[in-house]
Design a protein around this ligand. Structure first.
Ligand code: CDM
Ligand code: ATP
Length: 297
């Protein structure tokens, strides 16, 4: 018997970042949108905890107990006094270290899969608690759709979305470490007064109306200067997508994946081809959102 759970990637359509807190984390106004690029986590009973991974980026995924899928299984097993004797297989399609919450998706997926396999009957609230312990982005991977994340991004309020938004994503040659990008944000903003970030009402209206032009005008990412500072070549990728007809361009979360909002699927294909031909990225993908969060298949 095995259970497979499908979990989407995310793009942050607004990422407002406050100054570092005493614990080093940053309070956020983090507007998440789940997009149709997925990892699948399959859990099967085994002699002991084991993780395997397949997919284009599989070689850079840790297979020990630091893997977020393993950590999720261990966290649930410990709470229930269960032996975490399972094989977790990750079919990975979300870019690794790309700012699209790939590891977080696997954590949420493994948690939902183990809960189903073991019949622990954990409530949604308990699952969300475990997600928040695993990482700031993990609760959103569980719920999907669109949501405003506050605190370090783990406190979620669902958002209404009145349509489908089309995106192109350009994957970069190398990854960026999320803590390094936040540290660069601290360096770049040192000595400056940073106002408490708040969700932009114009952006929330654009989402609720499903209006891509209005959303394009409102997209912001406070981590973008830090990501560009650590990875200056991304500027050329953004420029290429803009010239090819994207409504707006953005670094996805902590980067280095870049995101291009486009009006429709046809434009998505055109922008993806232009990006691919330009040689300013490793590869491209098109995806639309919102889509549901972690789902048992
Ligand atoms: C950049 C985003 O992806 C936007 O959604 C998230 O804020 C990052 O979420 P994540 O990868 O789940 O991050 P975590 O695993 O919780 O934290 C990794 C590291 O990122 C930094 N971090 C993360 C979230 C946050 N609100 N403030 C931070 O400063 C901290 O240095 C932390 O040690
Ligand atoms: N299941 C996993 N899949 C990918 N990376 C993992 C996983 N578990 C742990 N990691 C570690 O986490 C690091 C970040 O990978 P991940 O793909 O989650 O980055 P990310 O998409 O930038 O995250 P976020 O958008 O949440 O900041 C990797 O370099 C890897 O060492």
């Amino acid at each position: 018997m095995s259970v497979t759970v499908r979990v989407p990637a995310k793009v942050n359509v607004q990422l407002g970042v406050a100054a570092a807190r005493p614990d080093g984390f940053h309070d956020l106004a983090n507007v998440f949108l789940a997009v149709g690029l997925y990892d699948e986590v399959t859990v099967t009973p085994a002699d002991e905890l084991r993780v395997t991974c397949a997919g284009p980026d599989a070689a850079s995924v840790p297979l020990d107990r630091t893997n977020l899928a393993a950590r999720a299984a261990l966290a649930l097993a410990e709470r229930r006094g269960i032996e975490p004797a399972v094989h977790l297989h990750i079919a990975k399609d979300i870019p690794v270290a790309g700012g699209m919450a790939g590891g977080s998706a696997d954590g949420a997926g493994a948690l939902v899969a183990c809960d189903a396999l073991w019949g622990t009957g954990a409530s949604r609230a308990e699952l969300l608690d475990i997600c928040a312990e695993l990482g700031s982005d993990v609760p959103f991977s569980l719920v999907g759709g669109a949501a405003l994340g506050t605190g370090r991004g783990e406190k979620l309020a669902p958002l209404e979305v009145g349509g489908t938004f089309h995106w192109v994503f350009a994957m970069a040659e190398r990854g960026l470490s999320t803590p390094a990008v936040f540290r660069e944000f601290d360096r770049l903003t040192a000595g400056r007064e940073i106002p408490a970030p708040e969700a932009d009402p114009a952006l929330l209206t654009a989402l609720s109306k499903g209006d891509p032009e209005a959303l394009a005008a409102a997209l912001t990412n406070d981590l973008q200067p830090a990501a560009l500072s650590l990875y200056p070549e991304l500027a050329a990728t953004l420029k290429t997508g803009e010239q090819a007809g994207a409504l707006a361009t953005l670094v996805s979360g902590s980067g280095p994946t870049t995101a291009f909002l486009v009006p429709d699927a046809t434009t998505a294909t055109r922008v993806a081809t232009a990006l691919q031909d330009s040689g300013t990225c490793r590869t491209t993908r098109t995806a639309a959102g919102p889509v549901p969060g972690a789902t048992v298949l």
